[in-house]
Write a protein of this length. Structure first.
Length: 567
């Protein structure tokens, strides 16, 4: 198959049933899931999620039905000399891998067999006939990353190149000088490399920090900061200027804080960067927040919830009206949980509106509004206007004051579902926090439909994790959570996890759905101790209990659970 692809009508369900991979009943179940709540997922994706078929079986079957070869892609199958026939940007956006060229025909691996125009685009870019091979998306991504890593210059090479180009730069350089330095090729390469390196390593933030004698760059990965590189101090003005140019900031203003935004493409996904600058004694500190718009985490399956937590969250976010609160400290994953709830109920038949500061993720089908406090556009003022926009569901980024709290509770009592966040230690604490904001207890009792308290625990690195005998303290902690632990898993530390023993994070949750007894206590103005006691009587699984269950399954450690749940 070359030059172009003839669209061949292939019904995924029929193909899989014909090959004996799934049953007709499983197809019907997947279709019901697809239709429920207006989900936009493809049927094949749902079958993989339900565990009825693997991604390899799905891709292989679809390829066979369209007379396309299927292969598990490896580096040995790819001729690096032909990789350059397509631009890096096109390869990353389209998620294709040029494999080899024989008799003038380029063979290309693709994972999306539904895009019938892709081969024509590749042929146009390459300037030759094209033949395609079906491959798994994960295999294609690994090849792209391997080639990018091999071709990327080292930071030392970039430092040397940038130093020779910029020389010694005065911090008092004029605008033209700084703008020219920020546009220098080696500085551009260095900043781009630092950003893409951080995205590949799963960092949430990049810190560019000037000091008297040095200029360091640190990444925050899994909640922990570690130093990544130390460019020469004289490069600081040029690097900051480059970031400002990318973020649309005023590069000549170095005395006042500034905010900006950048959008880049990485691994075929759009990634938004929020940029903040703040002058200090030795220059400007820059922090870049990385927001991956792939939405991979913005579903319940992406959050990897346990069965009980997922059932409870589905129950509360599908209530017709009331207020749902997600609580926890900054950086505990509250926004991801809120967006997952919105995606769970997102449907063309309901009007979902959000009020955020700032808007963190762009979600199709949802009306999102940005707060601008400096011009009087506060949470309360936007929310008040929003109630005249016929909303069904309202998501507030945060309840910060008594005015916002009062309007949110009133909206919940007048037929709207309101989702928002608070900063409290546990689920019962959200009730008393609303009381402290001046909301009458009887209104809270009537409005509240659920509270989710959460934390993020680091996961044991899969590369260096080993089993060990639990210590007496660990066994005692497990007993408190009603568990018996025979083995624990700990990471030794390796290059993959930066010698920490941890790689990646998972949420632990405490979900409070008020019973009649709890509502009566709330209406009576019960204190925090009384509310916690009732919750325990109801059999609520605390953050500690949920964390210890993950220790039992070998996902994390007792020390990590205690770190995030103590206090």
């Amino acid at each position: 198959m070359s030059g172009s692809v003839e669209a061949k009508a292939v019904r995924v369900g029929d193909v899989l049933v014909e090959r004996g991979l799934v049953s007709s009943q499983q197809i019907e179940e997947a279709i019901l899931v697809q239709q429920e709540g207006g989900k936009r997922q493809l049927l094949g994706e749902i079958l993989v999620e339900l565990g009825y078929v693997t991604q390899e079986q799905l891709t292989s079957a679809l390829a066979d039905a369209q007379d396309i070869p299927f292969a598990r892609l490896t580096s040995r199958m790819v001729d690096r000399n032909v990789f350059g026939v397509l631009s890096t940007e096109f390869i990353e956006q389209s998620q294709v891998v040029p494999m080899f060229k024989v008799d003038g025909t380029l063979t290309v691996a693709v994972s999306d067999l539904t895009n019938f125009f892709l081969v024509d685009e590749v042929a146009q870019q390459a300037g030759c006939p094209v033949q395609i091979v079906a491959a798994l998306a994960e295999d294609i991504q690994k090849i792209i990353e391997d080639v990018s890593q091999d071709e990327a210059p080292s930071f030392d090479e970039l430092f040397a190149e940038a130093e020779s180009a910029s020389g010694s730069t005065s911090k008092d350089s004029n605008r033209a000088d700084v703008e020219e330095l920020g546009s220098d090729s080696p500085v551009v390469k260095l900043v781009n490399h630092a950003i893409h390196s951080a995205i590949r390593e799963g960092a949430s933030d990049i810190h560019f920090e000037p000091d008297e004698e040095e200029f360091r760059v640190r990444y925050r990965v899994d909640g922990q900061l570690f130093e990544k590189l130390q460019p020469p101090a004289q490069m600081q003005p040029a690097i900051v200027a480059r970031i400002k140019i990318m973020a649309g900031m005023d590069i000549s203003e170095r005395r006042l804080p500034q905010d900006g935004a950048i959008r880049v493409t990485s691994r075929g996904n759009q990634v938004d960067l929020r940029v903040s600058t703040l002058p200090n004694k030795y220059g400007e500190k820059v922090v870049i927040r990385i927001i991956d718009n792939s939405n991979s985490l913005l579903t319940f399956s992406g959050l990897k919830l346990d069965a009980d937590s997922q059932t409870s969250m589905q129950r509360i976010c599908k209530e017709p009206y009331g207020i749902v609160l997600v609580t926890g400290p900054t950086g505990s994953g509250k926004s991801s949980t809120l967006y997952s709830m919105l995606n769970e109920i997102n449907s063309p038949s309901i009007n979902i509106c959000t009020v955020e500061d700032p808007i963190e993720y762009n979600v199709k089908g949802i009306n999102q509004f940005q707060v601008h406090s400096k011009i009087g556009l506060t949470f309360a003022s936007v929310l008040r206007t929003l109630l005249r926009q016929d909303p069904d569901v309202i998501m507030l980024g945060e309840i910060r004051d008594s005015e916002t709290a009062a309007i949110a509770v009133q909206a919940a009592l007048t037929g709207h579902l309101v989702l928002s966040t608070l900063h409290t230690n546990d689920s019962a604490g959200a009730i008393t926090r609303l009381q402290n904001l001046g909301i009458e207890p009887y209104l809270i009792s009537a409005a509240i439909v659920g509270v989710v308290a959460q934390r993020l625990v680091r996961c044991v690195c899969k590369e260096c994790g080993t089993e060990a005998e639990p210590t007496p303290n660990v066994a005692q902690a497990a007993k408190r959570a009603g568990l018996t632990i025979d083995k624990i898993t700990k990471g030794r530390g390796c290059a993959v996890c930066h010698q920490t023993g941890f790689k990646g994070r998972r949420g632990i949750y405490e979900i409070l759905i008020p019973s009649d007894e709890m509502r009566d206590a709330i209406a009576a103005g019960a204190n925090l101790g009384k509310l916690r006691s009732i919750a325990q009587t109801q059999g609520i699984k605390t953050l500690f209990d949920n964390g210890m269950a993950k220790v039992h399954s070998g996902e994390t450690t007792v020390e990590e659970v205690l770190r995030v749940t103590s206090g």
